[in-house]
Design a protein around this ligand. Structure first.
Ligand code: ADP
Ligand code: MG
Length: 143
């Protein structure tokens, strides 16, 4: 099924000049960029985005990290885009991520792991709407 998912290239990756390389990995794996913005998140924006994790011990560190440098937020579209993006990203902890995944190649730690990707259809809808007005998301394959 053709789906859309939300991707964020995190501050550790933008700071190391990896935007183009990471976008290339998505494109090589059949994911098309259909909306994009670069910005530095505010603390309230990052807290709202990660509100499902607000009780986790790493929450404050995570939101501070996400606001520490610019991020590139994009909507990716393709066949099974949600699961496909998670496969291309690799496991949360770069030390556990499979060879050739973005996190294995570039992640610095379980927190500074270079990319975010939606984990379900419901999350993808929430996350896309969080950053993009519906009329601003182009689509190759969805009506
Ligand atoms: P994923 O990004 O793989 O979906 P989670 O949703 O569990 O992982 O966590 C969200 C983000 O929180 C992770 O990508 C990572 O940046 C950070 N994180 C997760 N677990 C930890 C941890 N144990 N310590 C520090 N940061 C963490
Ligand atoms: Mg997650």
């Amino acid at each position: 099924m053709i789906e859309q998912t939300l991707s964020i290239i995190k501050p550790d990756a933008t700071a190391r000049n990896l935007i183009g390389h990471i976008l290339s990995r998505f494109e090589e794996q059949g994911l098309s960029v259909v909306a994009m913005q670069m910005c530095t998140l505010s603390l309230p924006e990052a807290e709202g985005f990660y509100h499902v994790h607000r009780e986790r011990p790493f929450f404050q560190d995570l939101v501070a990290f996400m606001c520490s440098a610019p991020v590139v937020i994009s909507v990716l579209e393709g066949e099974d885009a949600i699961a496909r993006n998670r496969t291309v990203m690799g496991a949360t902890d770069p030390a556990q991520a499979g060879e050739g995944t973005i996190r294995a190649m570039h992640g610095r730690s379980i927190e500074e792991n270079s990319v975010h990707g939606s984990d379900s259809a419901e999350t993808a809808r929430f996350e896309i709407d969080y950053f993009f007005a519906r009329g601003k998301v182009y689509s190759y394959d969805l009506s």
